[in-house]
Design a protein around this ligand. Sequence first.
Ligand code: ASP
Length: 331
Amino acid sequence: MINRRRFLSGSALASMGLLLSPSLKAETLRKLHFHGIGNNEQTPLVVSTWQHGLAANYAAWEILKKEGSSLDAVEQGVRISEADPKVSSVGYGGNPDRDGNVTLDACIMNKDGDCGSVAFLQNIKHPISVARLVMEKTPHVMLSGKGALQFAIENGFTKEDLLTEKARVRWEKWKIKSKYEPVINIENHDTIGMLAIDNYGDVAGACTTSGLAYKMHGRVGDSPIIGAGMYVDNEVGGAVATGVGELVMKTLGAFLIVELMRNGKTPQQACKEAIKRITDKQKDYKKFQVGYIAINKSGEIGTFSINKGFDYALYQDGENELIESGYFLKF
Ligand code: ASP
């Protein structure tokens, strides 16, 4: 799918003297873009994990098409999944932990390398917006648990019960056997991770989740960990993860992918390498799913997962489509 998309590669841009670099001012980039000299067939773009990423992409696109920032786009985009009770692994309607508590993790990162994160946050529907405020209003990167909740309330967020009746019924059913076993691609892997490039060529990313279904109380996954669940470097691009967070955390997947791209790999090669890092080192990997998405500054996309079944939503060139990712394990 990626192959059929046209793009101006980094080397082509470089030969035209137009490779996006931090030294190019935003206004210059904007002019290049609107004069059709820049990579305007590729950007703006927004890409996100799983099928519910389609609706989230629409919201993000609304911002991007009005020349809004990639940071606003990813925040507004993932809020759609957070508010959707049908999405069972994000925000409101997310599956609870084994004790029946919905606990949320999220992080966000901007073009300047600033980031904010919340972990083990309860009763707040939009953890991504709290994460953004952590980034913008505190000297810290991460707040967790009661402190994150207190900060959210102090900043005008309202406490809500996030356990929907449907999620409660699923949990009651799970309790009959109480077997903690992440099932590949079903129910418990649909964290939304989103990456966007705006009209100015700037990259931002967001990631938000209720984590693995029926996890131990207090468990925090990869999604709020900068560099594990998500990472952006505006000189290079960005990456997001979904799936069993423990495998992502052990290999610091998103940071790894961005560094691999910095060192010359395409987003696709970098995602494959990050999956290989898991499959080389984790003996149980076949039982689990991890999926990565990466973008570089030229608007090239890469995705890869351990198992079949990971898909992602890409809004680019006026089309929003769900695309199946390549994967490691061929049965
Ligand atoms: N990565 C998330 C976690 O481990 C789960 C998911 O992607 O659904 O918390």
